[in-house]
Design a protein around this ligand. Structure first.
Ligand code: NAD
Length: 477
């Protein structure tokens, strides 16, 4: 695989930025430059918005069946190209090849799910009070969408937004992450090669703040979808609100893991360590705050630490690596700061805690024990391979701690008691709760948070609704 330079996709053409600017793309396993990505300026952004606006005239009126057929063709192309795209994703993002491959295959499934949903955006006929009156609702696409996707899942984050928008009949301008540009560009290429009309899908890179500041207020843009950190999400949602545009926000999390004294402790330790190591912990639903009941705390902690300590970090291109490097260099000081702060406040380091080697951005899987609630890592999303293991005595303590933060994305729990499961279901304030297994993130399931973790869902039967608006018509005769 030769890692490509990435161009902008505007109005059906792949091209450089009009002013010729580009940014370096670095391999997180070595820190070396492997390619360049075009850096859009305002003139490029305007061209992308105008293309999305023009294309909406036909795409928004096209039949759902037509859109669905085209999307299925794109999904087939994506599956067929999995090996080449996976190699690019691993080169730019760092994750092990099998994780890149799984993300791409899941992306094809997401396209297919939304291709089906396109055909089911039903309106309603509402019984009238008066004879001869017909009352009906029409669901129609909102219009051109501005979407912002991050670097942790370069395809997954983009494919959810692109598929929902296209299925609904919206056109879209996507700003994908500058750190990981090639794999989302290959995703876009599958749609183009499947026959998507020019301008329906546009892809840009550049200065994130400049792009959001230009696209969100633009009169032709009718909807915002953003995945990233809570502070940036709040700024962008405020800007969307100022211009009366609906926004889907998929933001940060700080997932609690409740392990009760009747849990299958060995299964919990193994599954949760694997989940923590996935994508080097750079996952918004990554399990982070482990709350383990006294009776099983020693056993769970020992198994969990062993699983974390045994994991083999290494370049994603090496099949022996179980965890790749962090995706960008700025995560290293961010994580070091959180660990130092926790230790200064009395936490204990069970394993890891430091950067590995002097090439690339590898960080050891880290477990912190007995971390006080005021430590920064107990309150800020670590977004790296760090787990906190604290103990509790009474169930109520665990529920209170799980719900302490303003975040509410994913929550995990392990118990054999159906009474506890019922209580978890009623009390845990999270957009997604998974008990005794890891069952999140399939295309047919809701995916989204509550509170500071965002608003809206990017999966399941409700997701396409975020790209549609409802009009009501009543007529007599
Ligand atoms: P960041 O907040 O600078 O950026 C996060 C993402 O938002 C990036 O993709 C970035 O390009 C984009 N972004 C930043 N400012 C923007 C703006 N003004 N307009 C539009 N887009 C903007 O942080 P980072 O250092 O890249 O990542 C670290 C933090 O981001 C993590 O701690 C995590 O909380 C969050 N994050 C969350 C997800 C997720 O899946 N929810 C993904 C990536 C990052």
């Amino acid at each position: 695989m030769t890692y490509p330079d990435t161009q902008l996709l505007i109005d059906g053409s792949w091209r450089a930025a009009l002013d010729g600017r580009s940014l370096p793309v670095l391999d997180p396993a070595t820190g070396a430059e492997i390619g360049r990505v075009a850096h859009a300026g305002i003139a490029d952004l305007e061209a992308a918005v105008q293309a999305a606006h023009r294309a909406f005239a036909d795409w928004g009126r096209s039949s759902p069946l037509h859109r669905s057929d085209l999307m299925r063709a794109a999904a087939r192309l994506l599956r067929g190209r999995v090996d080449g795209i996976a190699a690019m994703m691993t080169a730019e993002q760092g994750k092990p090849l099998d994780q890149s491959r799984a993300e791409i295959m899941a992306g094809a499934e997401i396209i297919e799910w939304f291709a089906e949903e396109a055909r089911r955006s039903y309106g309603q006929i509402i019984p009238a009070r008066v004879p001869g009156v017909t009352q009906l609702t029409v669901r129609e696409p909102l219009g051109p969408v501005a979407a912002f996707t991050p670097w942790n899942f370069p395809i997954n984050q983009a494919v959810r937004k692109i598929s929902a928008a296209l299925a609904a009949g919206c056109t879209i301008v996507v700003k994908a992450a500058e750190e990981t540009p090639a794999s989302p560009a290959e995703l876009a290429r599958c749609f183009v090669d499947a026959g998507l009309p020019a301008g329906v899908l546009n892809l840009v890179y550049g200065d994130p703040a400049e792009i959001s500041g230009y696209l969100i207020p633009h009169p032709a843009i009718r909807k915002l979808s953003f995945t990233g950190s809570t502070p940036v999400g709040k700024q962008l949602a405020a800007l969307a609100g100022l211009h009366m545009k609906p926004a889907t926000m998929e933001l940060g999390g700080h997932a609690p893991v409740l392990v009760f004294d009747d849990a299958d402790v060995d299964a919990a330790a193994a599954a949760m360590a694997a989940a923590k190591l996935r994508n080097a912990g750079q996952v918004c639903i990554s399990p982070t705050r482990f709350l383990v009941q006294d009776g099983v705390a020693d056993r769970f902690t020992e198994r969990f630490i062993a699983a974390m300590a045994q994991a083999q970090p290494g370049p994603g291109s090496d099949p022996a690596s179980q965890m790749g490097p962090l995706a960008n260099e700025r995560r290293i000081p961010a994580i070091e700061r959180l660990i130092r702060d926790a230790l200064d406040r009395g936490a204990r380091l069970a394993t890891g805690g430091q950067r590995l080697g002097n090439e690339g951005w590898f960080f050891a899987p880290t477990v912190l024990l007995d971390v006080p609630a005021e430590a920064a890592v107990m309150n800020e999303e670590p977004f790296g391979p760090i787990a906190i293991v604290n103990r509790f005595r009474q169930d109520d303590e665990a529920f209170a701690e799980a719900n302490r933060l303003p975040y509410g994305l994913a929550a995990y729990a392990w118990t054999r008691s159906s009474a506890r499961m019922q209580r978890l279901q009623e009390e845990i304030r999270a957009g997604m709760l998974t008990v005794n297994h890891i069952g999140l993130s399939l295309p047919e399931l809701p995916f989204g948070g509550i509170g500071d973790s965002g608003m809206g869902t990017e999966g399941g039967s409700e997701a396409i609704g975020a790209y549609l608006q409802t009009r009501f018509v009543t007529r007599k005769g």
